[in-house]
Every structure is written in C-alpha cells, then in structure tokens.
Ligand binder design. Sequence first.
Ligand code: SF4
Length: 281
Amino acid sequence: MSLPLAPRENTGPRDTGPLIRIETDRRLGHEWDEWDGEPLPNAGDFTSTGARYFLFTALGLVIVAGVLSLGVFLLAPRLAALVSWLPRALYAGLAAFVALGLIWLMLIGIAFVTGRAVLPERLAERGLLLRTVNLAWRVGELFGVQRDWTDHASVVVYDRLALARSRTVSADELLILIPRCLSRASLDGVLDIARRHNVSAFVATRGQLARRVIKERRPKAVVAVACERDMISGLHDVAGRVPVLGLTMQLPNGPCKDASIDIAKLEEFVQKYLRPGSKKS
Ligand code: SF4
C-alpha cells in the first residue's frame, strides 16, 4: 500500500506519523466560500434518500420547458413572420424535450428501485445523470432546500446506479481518494481499510489534485470521499473518465474540518470494486 500525499499548503501542520500528515486548522474549500461560520443544519449530516433528486429534476425539466415556452410565446409574432410554422415547431420540440426527459427520469427511477443496470453508463450515472444534478439542487434552492440535501440525494442515486454495474478491478488498479478534512478517527479507519485490502489511498487537497492523481496513476476504478458539494464537482470532473463510487461525509464541526465518514460503507465500496483474491503487484 502506498500513501503519497498532496502538497501541504498551510501553516500549523501536525505530524501524525510516518505515512500521513493532516492539517488541524480549518481552511475552507472554495465550495464553502459563502459559509457564514454558523453550525450546519442537522450537525452537518445531510443524509437523505434519492427522492429529492427525482422530484427536483422532474420539476426542473418542467420549469425549463415552461420558461422556454414563455419565450416562444412572447416571440411568436416575430417568429411567425420569419416562418409561419416556426412557433408550432418550437412548441412541439419543447413538448418532446419534456416527454423524453421524463421518460429518461422514469428509467433512472426503475434502475434505482430495482438496482439493475437499465441504461448504459453514458446515458446514466457517467453521463446524463451528472448533467442533471446541478439543475436538481438549483430547483431545490428555489424551494428553500439547501443544496447539500439535494446533492446528497443525487449522490445516493449515482451510487445506486454505479453499484448495479458488475465491474471489478485488481488492488493496484483501485484508488481511494480522501479529502484533507477527515477527523483523526476517520482517517485511521481509511488507512486501516487501505492497508487490509492493499489499496493505495491519496489525500487530495483540491479537485485539481484529485484529477492530477487520477491522470498520473491511471486507476481503473476510484472510491472517493468528500462532502456533498465537493463530491458533485469531483464527479463532474472525473466520473466520465473512470468509474467512481462516492462516499459523502458528516460535518459536525462545520465544513472542512473534523469530517467523519461511515467506515463500513467505505469498506463495502472498496470490496465492491475489488476482484476476489486480487493482489497488488
Ligand atoms: S471535502 Fe472537506 S475540505 Fe473539501 S470542500 Fe468538502 S468539507 Fe471542505
């Protein structure tokens, strides 16, 4: 097992042993720039089902089509002056867009409920799904739902779809990516799993470094740990190139410090990807 580290960028480091070092002071990731210093809702635990993703994505499709229809309606006289059938064609296109979007969402829902791979990856978690998650949290915010709840729901749906694929890799083809904000106990848990399964674990202090690690190590699969909003941005960057399972964290002391994770779930994800009996060369 190797545990290379991302460069350290701050003062006040605490040397925690020969393999790994963590920062003890809080340094906000840019995803949390607007944090006001107040405790996070529900002590930073945004656990939720996938339902919010489906609800807000469906609403988002309807809202987008509604806004575009309004635009067509307002411009209809001018459009009709150009080509008489143009407004009708645009209305029909928008209706088709909503219908196809809702059918796609229904297929994602079937895959989610049954745990079966209904659609190819590019039409599901490694493609179209990722294009809709920002729509989902933005619609959620329109209804007063903080984005982390919706992002958590989106990651739940993403993972469920990713888990439905029967992909396994050897230990040296798998990578565990963790953020710099884990609590000591969680970090020890990750290291224990990495050691027992002989898998490399990297601390990636920023998405950019995570991308670099993936480019250099060329893993065939990744288990990534991050807060909800960093996970969504990381999945956008990486999931199209390499299969990823994402584990979100709890932030009892606010963002970017002392985060905790479900260690059992992390191990479940690692085992899901590991080919039985595979050994690191
Ligand atoms: S993963 Fe941790 S360090 Fe990165 S933005 Fe989220 S809370 Fe902050």
